[in-house]
Structures are given as structure tokens and as C-alpha cells.
Design a protein around this ligand. Structure first.
Ligand SMILES: [Zn+2]
Length: 118
């Protein structure tokens, strides 16, 4: 199984060949090459909407006051607001279980597993 990088978060993951052979072939024919995966990794799949339960994967967030804050990995949080700029992706305001709110990117979040299996 080849290993690829998620085009959203950069996480390395395996793509089962049997599963993606057709997609890979199509990408190659369009000039795609290298190790960028033809699809986002599992954690980056799925739309995140306000009200969704999410898990913070890693990194620092920015508080509404503008301070950078380290968020412990695997913190549970609830999405309060989604800000989208055309072509530039989204920023998510999430409320941690401590009640604090921070801004994070899609690549730092994943949907809680129970929600993803909808
Ligand atoms: Zn990803």
C-alpha cells in the first residue's frame, strides 16, 4: 500500500491500492504526481458545521482576544461558528470543555467518530 500525504492537514496515511487504483490512474493522466493523496485523510473528511462535536487533533489556537494558546491533543470541543472565505478554506471557532473558545483550522479538527458514521 502506497503512503500519501493528506492535501488538507499533511498527515501521512496509506491508500489501499485496490480501493484507489482507478482514482490514482485518473490523477496521473491529469499530470498529478508526487505524494499528495487523491483524497483527504479520514480525519479531514466530512463537513464540519456549527454545533458539531469535534476533537482537537493538535496545535495552537487563537483566542477571540488574539492570544495564541496551546490546545492539548484529543481535547473535545463543540463548534460555535464557522467562518469561510472564498477559496481560502474555513476557520472554526470552537468551545473547549473548559468553556474557553479558540479559533482553529480544519486540519486541526476531526469530527467525533460517532458523528462521522451518520
Ligand atoms: Zn488530513
Amino acid at each position: 500500500m502506497p503512503m500519501f500525504l493528506c492535501p488538507c492537514c499533511g498527515e501521512a496515511y496509506f491508500v489501499p491500492l485496490a480501493f484507489s487504483e482507478y482514482i490514482l490512474e485518473e490523477h496521473f493522466s491529469k499530470g498529478w504526481n508526487g505524494s499528495i493523496a487523491p483524497a483527504r485523510c479520514l480525519a479531514c473528511q466530512g463537513q464540519i458545521h456549527s454545533g458539531d462535536a469535534v476533537v482537537v487533533r493538535n496545535g495552537k489556537g487563537v483566542t477571540p482576544a488574539g492570544d495564541r494558546q496551546e490546545i492539548p491533543a484529543n481535547s473535545k470541543a463543540t463548534v460555535v461558528e464557522v467562518s469561510t472565505w472564498e477559496g481560502e478554506g474555513s476557520i472554526f471557532l470552537v468551545r473547549l470543555s473548559s468553556g474557553e473558545e479558540v479559533y482553529l483550522t480544519r486540519a486541526q479538527l476531526s469530527l467525533e467518530k460517532s458523528r462521522r458514521a451518520r
